[in-house]
Structures are given as C-alpha cells and as structure tokens.
Design a protein around this ligand. Structure first.
Ligand code: 5GP
Ligand code: ZN
Length: 112
C-alpha cells in the first residue's frame, strides 16, 4: 500500500518540516489555505479519524500537545484553527490521519 504521508513520515518524500518527535511530524501544506498552514500527522498509519479507537487514541492527545508547541514556535498568539477532514463528506483527500493547523488570519464560521 502506498501512502504519501507515510512516505513523508519516513523521509522518503521531502517536506518542509516544522516539528518532529518520535510519534508525530508536522510540515507545511503544499497548497496553503492561510498564511500559516501546517499539517500534523501521526508517524503511524491511521487512515482517518474514523479509525481512532481505545488502542490508538493517545496519538490524538499527542498531536494536540505538538500543536500547542508549534503554535508557540510559529508565534500564533492571536489564535488559530485545527481541522480534521474525515471521509468523503468531510473532504478528506489524503487517507492518512492529519490535522490542519491554520493561522495568520481570522477564520470564517461555518466552514463551507
Ligand atoms: P485533506 O484534503 O485530506 O484534509 O488534506 C490533504 C492536504 O494535504 C491538502 O491540504 C494538500 O494540499 C496536502 N498535501 C497533499 N499532498 C501533499 C504533499 O505531498 N506534501 C505536502 N506538504 N502537502 C500535501
Ligand atoms: Zn500512511
């Protein structure tokens, strides 16, 4: 199975890295939707938020711990948005769990 975010996590496909630890990687989105647009992914392959369960849910807490470090690192002092797109209706295009960290402008609500 070939998964582009697994390849990025392994370093086989280059990315513009923002943060990395043993469990997660964060890198700039190729097609930014805000002045700051970072993707935070678990290194472990999980297809989507719909595949979170008792065994793997601690990674989600870890993603948010990483996010709080990254926002400070990037100076997002005025707030930001973290988005997960899940499945077809959610608009998920890459089938490896990821969280969009968007900042640097004010966000609209509700999203389209
Ligand atoms: P989704 O639509 O699945 O929530 O988000 C996938 C995101 O991954 C999109 O915002 C898209 O621009 C980004 N993306 C897709 N392929 C790559 C890639 O190879 N490198 C980077 N940095 N971003 C990617
Ligand atoms: Zn993957």
């Amino acid at each position: 199975m070939s998964c582009i975010f697994c390849e990025i996590a392994k370093g086989n496909i280059p990315s513009n890295k923002v943060y990395e630890d043993d469990k997660v990687l964060a890198f700039y989105d190729l097609d930014p939707q805000a002045p700051v647009h970072v993707l935070i992914i678990p290194k472990e392959h999980i297809t989507s938020a719909d595949d979170i369960n008792e065994q793997n849910s601690s990674i989600v807490a870890h993603v948010f711990e990483a996010a709080a470090k990254i926002t400070k690192q990037l100076g997002l002092t005025n707030g930001y948005r973290i988005v997960n797109n899940c499945g077809e209706d959610g608009g998920q295009s890459v089938k490896h769990l990821h969280f969009h960290l968007l900042g640097g402008r004010s966000m609209e609500w509700p999203p389209g």
